[in-house]
Design a protein around this ligand. Structure first.
Ligand code: COA
Length: 708
């Protein structure tokens, strides 16, 4: 990132509008008007071929006629003139260009779009857009866009790939009471993309958290890297998660992937909090702007209504912070602050009869307890209480608690349910730094988000890879090369296992016998019982060709089945190129799991893990992770599947060796990352996982190469 250039683009000291117009209704007019209305303090230079003056600013026929320096040029001329204008900006030593004009990559004209970026880069400039609304910054009084106003001031910044949505959200900030310092429209992302702006915002002192509206990423790997390194919370809403590549995918893993799962996994690895919809994006943004992350799991709920208390309890479970009863000493103390028929368990129900004092005491006391990590305060409007007084009381109690060190750094969220008086009281709380919502589930949802953020930060800190295994990449490449020379883009099972072995995976010993005698010799080396399988690049589904025989126990059967398997294969496919028969160690049965890999369009090499057999076939119970996957993340992948309990030892079985599985997933991820130029898809299916301490065995392996 060239910070100085991006500073010029996003916090310019001077702005030119190329295509500025004196005709109201034109975008070139609106941009100058927006700069004026925002009270931008630097010089504004309208560039127009005919006009002498536009909206109070002297106009110039060309940017090259200016004597003053220009940091940002906003371009609003028709598409066919844009490239020429960019060239002129370069000559005028502009730092950044924001191209509002549409009609480039989005309608198929990638050529002009690329030429624009090349020209800009030749002059050391960066380009925002094209096809955008522009950019806005409250702290610079800069509305370099055709959005009518600057957003409600606040500490978050928003990057939106959709321009229209950005305008709508901008206006919505006032209604919702969620403030932003900077807004960016990304459009076609021909040059500046999410990663560039996130990196820049991470150093922006006016931005406390970063919100994203994403339709698709061009370079998902860089995005994950940048977000991982960011020191500020990032909240993302991803749209278009339903119709991604699943149908086109050739492999099992590919058909199980789909954008929702891969994006979800990548966000989690990057430490990003995922919003479910626009309202949720705003809710979470507000919470992250105003409150600290929640560092432990104990949520305290204080309510005057049983109903909202139960709704919040349900939501707490849904959003990953299930409630626990308060310890007895806390309950005993809080019992003093409510009528006899109240409950201090958690939710702490001070009841409708309790007034302001009940709230204040429970909040101030609760927040100061070590046991409490976060607080939700719920209020139902009653005839005996005044919402504004309750709001003021809540604030007072939170401030009182904050005087005590023990209550610092604990998030608070509030929900008021009631009529128009509650709306006013809610706004009061928001304006005083307490995120407040009209539904208890929304308040709990944001606390869940604040908890999730703290968890992801911890996971990030622990995700070092300590595995000292040194993979033999050269050996793997040699196997791949030999297959390519053979004119193949699928490895045989033996070759695939040799590649897996080079990356430290525990595969069943599998050797090729070309003759009956070789088969017997190898069987004795491996040790009975053995498995025999046809080896032919033309027969990928070996069972369909009756090409597999398990549990062979002696030399005579080995000889018999060697000939039978070859005969079956020939009967199945007369012209199949048969290499011979694989003699394979017979792995004892264990819990069957599957490992797979795909090359995701946005995130590149991506690993899948799931339980094998029916779990993967029918229930599609799998998790994904973008490579590289650390051992810690691999443990998490195992606990993220719905059938996780099976690995923990269901129905009296002993727990499975999750540690060995985690090392295997991490090494496998390293393999597909390392060999990403070669491997298109791969899987280890099944992998038999044994009891804790007894390891695992990769029983079958498949690698499909990228076509070269
Ligand atoms: N240098 C300086 N001024 C120039 C110029 C040049 N090379 N070429 C044209 N102009 C002037 C025009 O004379 C005009 O000013 P005028 O009103 O004084 O005559 C002004 O630039 C605008 O050009 P015009 O031909 O009137 O275009 P327009 O305003 O109808 O449309 C765009 C221009 C860029 C707004 C339009 O092409 C467009 O892309 N619209 C979509 C933008 C959008 O929605 N983006 C966001 C998507 S989320």
């Amino acid at each position: 990132m060239n910070k100085e250039v991006l500073d010029g683009l996003f916090r310019p000291k001077s702005v030119a509008v190329i295509g500025a117009s004196a005709t109201p209704g034109k975008i070139g007019y609106s941009v100058v008007e927006a700069l004026n209305n925002g009270k931008y303090e630097g010089p504004i230079y309208p560039i127009n071929l005919k006009a002498d003056e536009i909206l109070g600013h002297k106009a110039y026929p060309s940017i090259l006629d200016l004597t003053g320096k220009v940091d940002l040029a906003v371009i609003t001329v028709p598409a066919k003139f844009v490239l020429g204008s960019v060239e002129e900006c370069g000559k005028a030593k502009v730092k950044g260009i924001s191209i509002i004009t549409s009609g480039f990559g989005e309608i198929g004209d990638h050529e002009t779009e690329n030429a624009i970026v090349e020209t800009a880069h030749r002059y050391g400039m960066r380009v925002l857009g094209p096809n955008i609304i522009g950019s806005l910054s409250n702290s610079d009084k800069l509305n370099a866009s055709f959005a009518p106003t600057l957003p409600l001031p606040g500490d978050a910044s928003l990057i939106s790939q959709s321009g229209a949505l950005l305008i709508a959200l901008d206006a919505g900030t006032y209604l919702r009471g969620v403030g932003f310092d900077k807004l960016f429209s990304l459009g076609n992302m021909a040059d500046v993309d999410f990663s560039d702006i996130i990196e820049w915002l991470d150093q922006d002192e006016r931005t406390k958290c970063i919100s994203l509206y994403i339709e698709g990423l061009k370079d998902g790997r860089r995005f994950v890297d940048v977000c991982k390194k960011a020191s500020k919370p990032i909240i993302a809403l991803k749209s278009g998660v339903s119709a991604h590549g699943a149908a086109a995918a050739a492999s099992h893993t590919g058909s199980l992937a789909g954008a929702a799962k891969v994006y979800g996994a990548a966000f989690e690895q990057a430490g990003i909090i995922q919003a479910q919809d626009l309202n949720n994006l705003f809710d979470l943004t507000q919470a992250f702007e105003l409150q600290p992350p929640m560092k432990g799991d104990h949520l305290l709920i204080v309510t005057n209504g049983g109903g909202v208390g139960v709704l919040a309890t349900d939501a707490a479970e849904r959003y990953g912070i299930p409630l626990e009863f308060c310890p007895a000493d806390l309950q005993a103390e809080m019992k003093n602050y409510m009528p006899e028929f109240g409950s201090a368990k958690n939710p702490v129900d001070i009841t409708g009869g309790a007034g302001l004092e009940g709230y204040k005491k429970c909040i101030a006391f609760g927040l100061q307890q070590d046991w409490v990590d976060g607080l939700a305060v719920l209020y139902c409007e009653t005839a005996m209480t005044n919402p504004m007084e309750i709001a003021q009381g809540i604030l007072e109690a939170v401030h009182q608690a904050e005087e005590n060190e023990a209550s610092k750094g604990k998030p608070v969220a509030v929900s008021f349910v009631g009529g128009e008086h509650t709306a006013e009281a809610m706004r009061y709380l928001i304006d005083h730094g307490i995120p407040t919502y009209d539904d208890p589930a929304r308040a709990v949802n944001v606390l869940g988000g604040l908890r999730q953020y703290a968890r992801l930060q911890e996971a990030k800190a622990n995700s070092k890879n300590e595995d000292g295994f040194k993979a033999d990449k050269q050996a793997a490449l040699a196997i791949i090369q030999a297959a390519r020379e053979d004119g193949r883009d699928a490895l045989t099972e033996i070759e695939a296992k040799d590649v897996f072995r080079a990356y430290g995976l525990d595969v069943t010993s599998t050797r090729l016998a070309k003759t009956e005698d070789e088969a017997v010799a190898l069987a004795n080396k491996v040790g009975y019982p053995i498995v025999m399988k046809i080896v032919s690049p033309d027969i990928l589904h070996k069972s369909d060709a009756s090409g597999v025989k398990v549990n062979i126990k002696d030399d005579a059967s080995t000889r018999e089945w060697f000939n039978k398997i070859i005969a079956n294969a020939k009967a199945y496919k007369a012209d199949a190129n048969i290499h011979g028969v694989a003699i394979q160690e017979m792995a004892p049965l264990g819990s069957e799991v599957i490992l797979g890999s795909i090359n995701d369009a946005a995130f590149g090499p991506t690993v899948m893990f799931g339980l094998g057999g029916i779990f993967v076939e029918v229930l599609k119970d799998v998790t994904f992770a973008v490579t590289p996957v650390s051992k810690q993340q691999a443990l998490k992948m195992q606990s993220d599947i719905r059938g996780a309990k099976i690995l923990d030892g269901a129905r009296g079985e002993k727990p499975r060796d999750k540690e060995a599985m985690a090392i295997t997933i991490a090494r496998y991820s390293h393999m597909i990352l390392d060999l990403q130029d070669e491997i298109k898809e791969s899987d280890a299916n099944p992998v038999m996982v044994y009891e804790d301490g007894s390891g695992l065995k990769v029983v079958d392996a498949r690698i499909i190469l990228k076509k070269k």
